[in-house]
Ligand binder design. Structure first.
Ligand SMILES: C[S@@+](CC[C@H](N)C(=O)[O-])C[C@H]1O[C@@H](n2cnc3c(N)ncnc32)[C@H](O)[C@@H]1O
Length: 234
């Protein structure tokens, strides 16, 4: 066990934040190594779905070291891009790296006006929330009607093939890389265990519909382990 409570195990925010505070210095490096840089292709793809017009406002929730925000700035130089996260060590690295504005904020209590943003992204964040249902409702609250949502996440795998792939990669390769590249092997056990306990992609699509999104769609991105969910604020 990692020591950090898993999805469905109640109040987790403090332990999750402390974990990200600890791994912030090695987070970017581990991401690139663990996914062989495919994670950046996933972020690029998610951002491309937003079609931001000049002056439109994108809020990247659970922004961490702000790779999604950086990609949004690259694709839409005239959009207004803001990152938010509750881990100051993660966010300060992101703000320094990208030069973009960042706000310390809990995703379950966003300090933004109702109906104030044109798009929201979350990459690998919703799995960490105490309640992804509350998180989705809070995102819906700050979005204008018609605003676009793009979420990347490792959903609980459903097919036998994907479960086998996940199982082998997670149990053999990830712990070795976690130990080699980070002092905090427990954090990388949490990443694996939380994935296996999280909602499946179909369950998450239902939750997004209930939270106030329409045209909700989900797809698995190459190599079939990462889900992209898109939707429009109703
Ligand atoms: C796996 S990282 C993802 C970071 C970034 N989005 C990326 O693409 O690499 C998850 C981030 O979610 C943040 N997070 C988790 N729960 C949160 C919450 N309740 N409110 C705000 N941020 C949260 C963590 O601090 C962490 O930076």
């Amino acid at each position: 066990m990692s020591g950090v409570p898993l999805p469905g195990q109640g109040e987790r925010a403090q332990a999750v934040r402390a974990m990200f505070d600890r791994i912030a210095p090695t987070y970017d490096l581990l991401n690139r190594v663990m996914t062989l840089r495919v994670d950046q292709l996933w972020r690029r793809r998610a951002v491309r779905t937003l079609r931001l017009a000049p002056g439109e406002r994108l809020l990247d929730v659970c922004a961490g070291t702000m790779d999604v925000a950086a990609e949004a700035r690259r694709q839409y130089p005239e959009a207004v891009v803001l990152g938010s996260d509750f881990s100051i060590p993660m966010l300060s690295r992101g703000a320094a790296k990208t030069g973009l504005p960042a706000a310390t904020a809990d995703a379950l209590h966003l300090p933004f006006r109702t109906g104030s943003v044109d798009a929201v992204t979350v990459a690998f964040g919703v799995r960490n929330l105490d309640s992804h249902e509350v998180g989705l409702s809070e995102m819906a609250r700050v979005m204008k009607p018609g605003a676009r949502l793009a979420i990347l996440e490792f959903f609980r795998p459903e097919s036998t093939g994907t479960r086998a792939f996940h199982g082998a990669y997670n149990r053999l390769a990830l712990p070795v890389m976690g130990r080699l590249l980070s002092a905090d092997a427990g954090a990388y056990r949490y990443l694996v265990e939380s994935m296996e306990r999280f909602a499946s992609l179909p369950e998450f699509l239902d939750a997004a519909g209930r939270a106030g999104f329409r045209d909700v769609k989900g797809e698995l991105l190459f190599p079939g382990v990462c889900g992209l969910v898109t939707g429009v604020r109703a």
